[in-house]
Structures are given as C-alpha cells and as structure tokens.
Ligand binder design. Sequence first.
Ligand code: RP5
Length: 189
Amino acid sequence: MPRKLTRRTVASSRRKPAAKKASRKTSHKSAAPLVGIVMGSQSDWDTMRHAEETLKKLKIPCEVSIHSAHRTPDRLADYAGGAKDRGIKVIIAGAGMAAALPGAVAAVTPLPVLGVPMEGKVSGGLDAILAMVQMPGGIPVGTLAVGRAGAVNAALLSAAVLALSDTRIEKALDKFRADQTRAVPVKPS
Ligand code: RP5
C-alpha cells in the first residue's frame, strides 16, 4: 500500500533546521531533510517511492509531499518558495500528463530541480517527458528517465550533488556504486 501523505507530514517538515556548524561531515546526522520529493498526485507515489527508498539506502534525510501545479498552485508555490530557507538542497518533482510540476517548482526556487516523468497513456509517458524537457531557457529542470528508473536516478543525482560538500554522502554513494557493480553477474543464470 502506498504510504499516506498528509498535510501534517508537510507542515512538520517545514520547521527551520537548527543552525549547523560548517562541516562537511555533519549534514546526514541531522534529521533535517536535505532533499524534497514532491509529486503532483497520490497516483504518482508508486513510482516516486523509489526515490525515497534510494535516498534512505544512502541515509540522506528527505521529506515527501503532494503538491499539484494545477490543482494546488498556491500550496505548491508556498512549499517550493520556502524550501531553500528550510535547508532543502535539491528538489525532486514527479508528475505525469501535462507535468507542469517541476517547471512550476523551478520557477520559484533557485535550488536544483530534478524532474521525473510518470508513465502514461500517451506513448508510455512521452507527454510528461516532453513537458519536463522542454523548459524555456532560464529556468532549468534536470529531467530523468520515465518511471522507476527516473525516480531512482533522481535520488542518485541528488546524492551526487550533496556529495560535493558532504564526505559521508560521498562515501555512501561510492559504496552504492561499488555494490551495484559487484552485483552484476558475468553469466546469466
Ligand atoms: C498529474 O496528473 C499528476 O502528476 C499525475 O501524474 C496525473 C494524473 O493525476 P490523477 O488524476 O491520477 O490525480 O498532475
């Protein structure tokens, strides 16, 4: 069953993180979320949960919420506009169909925004990936693959960004990659 996402989840994650000493090693010890995962609908969660699971494997704190560019535009602007001040470093935004969500997020925050297109009825998600890729110059969205692979890779790309200034995340990412390499068999079974 997909995890139930509530307004409370969002509200509790909006608290300002405690002031931190400048150190490359402190961030992942804190419970303050570094990555915000947003999606346009509850129906996106079956895909977007793979982003959360991947971040959890790397012990990167994140927050998860639903905000729609079309159905809850004010709530979305409130969330994305305040994300940087709350300590969020990267936002992952998953959406399907017209998929305006990542672009709408990117319009109100200077943070890096990674878009995950949902699989859909138009050529398996071609509508969503084109909506995300075709951003006008000046407001970038880093668009990943359609579906689960995109959700996993958005988390890994977030980790790579965070690893530039956090040695613990850098090591966790190195280990993830090494484990992944070891898990690929030479021969099929
Ligand atoms: C988009 O519309 C959402 O991201 C979702 O992928 C799609 C359909 O939403 P529902 O009708 O399933 O809520 O905004």
